[in-house]
Design a protein around this ligand. Structure first.
Ligand SMILES: [Zn+2]
Length: 339
């Protein structure tokens, strides 16, 4: 019997298991009720009394060693499966792509930041508007072509509910509720009934600025425009104003900047004139002030407005307006650095 115990001790010493199934088979072979060790325990009863002490000790050692070996193998298996299946410290992190700001948002942010330096705060309003805030309060004549179905999306025709065609409606809403001084900038999306092409879209984005106080003059407007142009397009930038007409300003002007591609020398982008048009502006028409309960005898003001797409085109030379709304990541990724 001692020989048998010695043989089993050696056997157990050398045990190996590649899987939990193999390990379980070993446990049954040695430690179960009908296993090798239990069988020896049964035989132990027949051992002669003088040998009981020696053999009993050896049997106990065998049992403990078998149990320890099985536990050791189990631990090894658990550890190896954990490191193989769940933790691989050499693997690179998941390459989640970081989003980028839309080019129109980048430029809008930049425009707002420039006007913030001059003390303008941001004002916003609804995109679904009524005739009063979009047209009538802003001095549009009853038969003005902008009211035509050709230009404006009417939501409820009879009730004159429409999608705003410019962000000037926000100016009206602020003037109705606030007495001067008013110094606001209104960024937002506007809608016009245009066929979609590379240079026109049925929606686009504007930023308008409004300043009303005592003694605001055209000279203040011009200085603000010059400051904006230099901040936006560089210190070398020159501006020029051409007379124009808008229902809500008098006098009105359009502003050109010296072409930022050729520096004013003339190139295909500026059609060899050296100038590119960027915005409309003027002194707020006294009728508009009166419509919003602001006394034009006491207060004067200027307003200016520009298309964000137009400014973005000038900065980044995007040739096709439709790219701004298609959200093609190959296009958007190019603005990662500007974000
Ligand atoms: Zn040019």
């Amino acid at each position: 019997m001692i020989n048998k115990i010695e043989a089993l001790l050696k056997e157990i010493e050398a045990l190996k298991a590649q899987s939990s199934e193999e390990l379980e088979a070993l446990r049954i072979k040695y430690l179960s009720k009908k296993g090798e060790i239990s069988t020896l325990m049964n035989d132990f009863r027949e051992v002669a009394a003088e040998q009981k002490r020696e053999i009993g000790q050896k049997l106990n050692v065998l049992k403990t060693q078998a149990q320890d070996k099985i536990n050791e193998l189990k631990e090894k298996l658990d550890n190896s499966s954990a490191s193989e299946e769940t933790i691989d410290l050499t693997r690179t992190a998941y390459p989640y792509p970081i989003g980028t700001r839309h080019p129109l948002s980048i430029v809008k942010k930049e425009i707002c930041a420039i006007f913030a330096k001059l003390g303008f705060s941001i004002a916003e309003g609804p995109e679904i508007e009524d005739d009063w805030h979009v047209f009538s309060s802003l001095n549009f004549a009853a038969d003005h072509p902008a009211r035509d179905m050709q230009d404006t999306f009417f939501v409820m025709h009879g009730a004159d509910i429409l999608l705003r065609t410019h962000t000037s409606s926000v100016q009206t809403r602020v003037m109705e509720k606030t007495q001067p001084p008013i110094r606001i900038i209104c960024p937002g999306r506007v809608y016009r009934n245009e066929a979609i092409s590379y240079r026109a879209h049925c929606f686009f984005h504007q930023v308008e600025a409004l300043y009303i106080d005592r003694n605001v003059s055209f000279a203040d407007l011009k200085q603000t425009l010059l400051f904006f142009a230099k901040e936006m397009f560089g210190a070398e930038t020159k501006i020029r104003l051409r007379p124009s007409f808008f229902p809500f300003t008098e006098p009105s002007a359009e502003m050109d900047i010296s072409c930022n591609l050729c520096g004013g020398k003339g190139c295909p982008f500026c059609k060899y004139t050296g100038w590119v048009e960027i915005l409309g502006c003027g002194m707020v028409d006294p009728n508009v002030l009166r419509n919003c309960s602001i006394d034009p005898e006491i207060y004067t003001g200027y307003a200016l407005g520009m298309g964000i797409e137009r400014i973005t085109n000038l900065k980044y030379q995007v040739k096709d307006l439709r790219m701004f709304s298609e959200n093609d990541v190959r296009f958007l990724r190019q603005f990662e650095a500007a974000t």
